[in-house]
Design a protein. Structure first.
Length: 501
């Protein structure tokens, strides 16, 4: 069984003079010498080092209190999630699954061996509580691929205690700097080992992508960001991290939207099949997500009612209805992510980014080509909104407003892609369409909630239960929808007046 630990740490360059005295750090009452531990870690990666390129490390380590398999996933600078599994001879399946979106069909091989003599200190407060662990590591690195290579160095590592205040690390760093210690130039031991043991000892240099120039450059930069998000979110979805499913789903929608909006830039005979696969993935991700959102809305509405207005087993009925409509499961979603269709989609996205099907317009000036595409989407949005407002309240208007919401979302994504090229005007359109999308979304949520309430009320009636509370909630939802519809004309008038591309 794997467990996860949030790791917040900082690394520093060091000579061999030992750990500086840290008793003067504010809040530290005791520096406890824990002695020296020998650590031996073998790192695994693909032959082309895909994990290292994504700042992911997978290792098997012996020695120390946490011997075992460790997978470190980046969260933010200086912050990683370490997923641990028991020590064994082969890579645990749980960890292999978490890197599948990167590795796919490639083999994971031993790439680097790191042996460290770790001199460890615990920083404790006046009550004996752990504030941070500070270690001086004498590291010996051996590359296990190609012609090999060897390097050694000494570094200091400061890791915050679980639940600690990150500001404490600032105080430790201040003391270290006074002692002549400086932050490390490498993000991890593995990164330094790969650089220092590279053939010819030539350190790798990260070469940032050139700034976008043409319309095609800007569209591809946006598509690349969405592809990266889909791949990077895969481990989070598998771990059921908060909001990860929604964020991956949004990335698929953004990419599909860009294919449609910028069809003068990219050949649709190539992008349409990929877009269909993205639509399939979004559907799989949304099997339970939409139901969860609807259930949360109904539960929140029920919580707002005074207790005396909840007549009958309403909460039990709601749970029964929700469970019956749950179409998928965590297991089903993991099966999708492990499946050949999903992995083929990831390969197709990589191929599209590496060899994009650019049309002649892709070479054009972004302020002309991209602006024209966004204006076209905005015009279509205007048509949908105006058509919906012409209809009387009721079913047809609800459908028209839902179509307008989808068009608002597409226009927003188009403006997001255009912002680096068009600047403040596109950024303003992003803000206004996001606001419009929220207003229309609340209306659509009310429509869906009322449909659900009719279904639940009918089930309650057939079971001989009171439907009073469902009717009350239905009326409240009607008023919410009415408020959204009443606010729409003024909101749209403001957006139409202020939008200029």
């Amino acid at each position: 069984m794997a467990e996860t630990k949030r790791e917040i740490e900082r690394k520093y360059e060091s000579d061999d003079s030992g750990l500086p005295d840290l008793t003067g750090v504010a809040g530290v009452a005791t520096v406890l010498d824990k002695g020296v531990t020998e650590l031996d870690a073998t790192y695994y990666d693909t032959a082309d080092e895909r994990l290292a390129a994504a700042s992911i490390t997978l290792r098997r380590r012996t020695g120390g209190p946490d011997a075992g398999w460790h997978l470190k996933l980046p969260v933010a600078p200086g912050i990683r999630d370490e997923v641990r599994a028991p020590l064994g001879d082969s890579i645990p399946r749980t960890l292999a699954a978490l890197v599948r979106s990167r590795v796919r069909g490639a083999e994971l091989l031993p790439t680097v061996r790191l042996r460290s003599d770790r001199d460890l200190r615990d920083l404790l407060d006046a009550d004996g509580r752990l504030l941070a662990e500070v270690s001086m590591d004498a590291v010996r690195a051996d590359r296990l691929t190609g012609k090999g290579g060897h390097a050694q160095w000494t570094e200091i590592e400061v890791e915050l205690a679980d639940g600690g205040d990150p500001a404490f690390l600032d105080r430790v760093e201040k003391r270290l700097r006074k002692a002549g210690v400086r932050p490390s130039g490498s993000t991890s031991k593995l990164a330094r080992a790969l650089a220092d043991t590279a053939p010819g000892k030539k350190k790798r240099r990260h070469r940032p992508a050139p700034d976008p120039v043409t319309a095609g450059d800007h569209v591809l930069a946006y598509l690349r960001a969405q592809r990266d998000a889909i791949v990077a979110l895969d481990p989070a979805v598998r771990r059921d991290t908060y909001d990860s499913v929604h964020r991956m789903r949004v990335a698929t929608r953004r990419m599909r939207s860009a294919f449609r909006t910028y069809r003068r830039v990219l050949d649709r005979t190539v992008t349409d099949p990929v877009g269909e696969e993205l639509k399939w993935l979004a559907g799989e991700l949304g099997i339970d997500r939409d139901q969860e959102v609807l259930t949360e809305r109904l539960t929140a509405a029920l919580d707002e009612l005074p207790r005396q207005l909840t007549v009958g087993p309403v909460r039990t009925r709601l749970r029964t209805w929700s469970h019956a409509r749950t179409g998928g499961s965590r297991r089903r979603l993991i099966t999708v992510l492990d499946g050949a269709r999903h992995l083929a989609l990831l390969d197709a996205l990589d191929a599209l980014i590496a060899d994009p099907p650019l049309l002649p317009a892709a070479a054009g000036r972004p302020e002309k080509v991209i602006a024209k595409a966004v204006r076209k989407d905005f015009a279509a949005l205007a048509h949908r909104i105006e058509h919906a407002l012409e209809l009387p309240p009721g079913h047809d208007r609800d459908l028209a407003l839902h179509e307008a919401r989808k068009k608002a979302k597409r226009t927003r994504y188009a403006a997001e892609a255009a912002t680096p090229a068009l600047g403040d005007k596109a950024a303003g359109l992003v803000r206004s369409t996001k606001s419009l999308q929220s207003l229309l979304g609340d209306h659509q949520d009310s429509v869906m909630t009322r449909e659900a309430l009719r279904t639940i009320a009918a089930q309650a009636h057939d079971a001989g239960e009171s439907s009073f509370t469902y009717g009350l909630l239905y009326g409240r939802e009607e008023r919410r929808a009415e408020r959204s519809e009443n606010a729409l004309p003024a909101a749209w008038a403001t957006i139409a007046r202020e939008t200029e591309l």
